[in-house]
Design a protein around this ligand. Structure first.
Ligand SMILES: [Cu+2]
Length: 207
């Protein structure tokens, strides 16, 4: 259900009961409505002939696992698509993607800024609300890219490397002021109960 959200147009009866409908194309509104309505009844319909972008997909090649050294390598791409004005990681925004790693593993993230317009950065931070408006202390030593506040320009790269030695829920967050709060973050889960790393769209109900 969640996968089709970005292509929805939601239909709303206008006040006054005149039987007319307004088409709402605003992505954020459509998302909120789709999630809210989806829990109760499947009122939201897929619009016909809408050439909106397809829902984001998870590419298994983003993840490389070395069980011998307990190292997971993840390709973290800022602005992979145009979603959210390119304020996304790997085409996902607002926590829509979750990277799960076993407790105690070494995490390497190859960060690349694919956005041709804006600088971006990345850091691992505590799962906090409200979201920070700029850089904050990372949750693990060295779990941040260079130029965290200014960002790295188009096609620049940097690696994060840290040991995931504390379990819990974290955010992979762009530290350029305003970006993270505007949706440029996904999730990192460090779990003592999984044996292998994985990456997947975040299950519905945990935005
Ligand atoms: Cu950014």
């Amino acid at each position: 259900m969640r996968s089709g959200v970005v292509t929805f147009k939601a239909l709303f009866p206008l006040a006054g009961g005149r039987g007319r409908f307004a088409t709402v194309k605003s992505l954020s509104v459509a998302c909120i409505v789709a999630v809210a309505v989806g829990a109760a009844s499947p009122v939201v319909v897929r619009a016909q002939g809408d050439a909106a972008a397809p829902p984001p997909a998870v590419d298994p090649s983003w993840l490389q696992v070395d069980t011998a050294t307990k190292t997971v390598t993840f390709q973290l791409v800022a602005g992979l698509t145009g979603l959210n004005g390119a304020l996304n990681f790997n085409g996902f925004r607002d926590g829509g993607l979750t990277l799960t790693v076993p407790l105690g593993w070494t995490v390497v993230m190859h960060f690349r800024n694919h956005d041709g317009m804006l600088p971006h950065s990345a850091e691992i931070i505590a799962d906090s609300h409200p979201l920070p408006t700029g850089p904050v202390a990372p949750a693990f030593p060295r779990a941040f890219t260079l130029r965290l506040e200014q960002g790295l320009v188009s096609e620049q790269t940097d690696d994060l490397r840290f040991i995931a030695d504390r379990g819990g829920s974290y955010l992979i967050f762009c530290g350029v002021p305003g970006h993270g709060a505007a949706g440029m973050w996904v999730r990192l889960a460090v779990s003592g109960s999984v044996r292998k790393p994985s990456v997947a769209a975040t299950p519905a109900g945990k935005p």
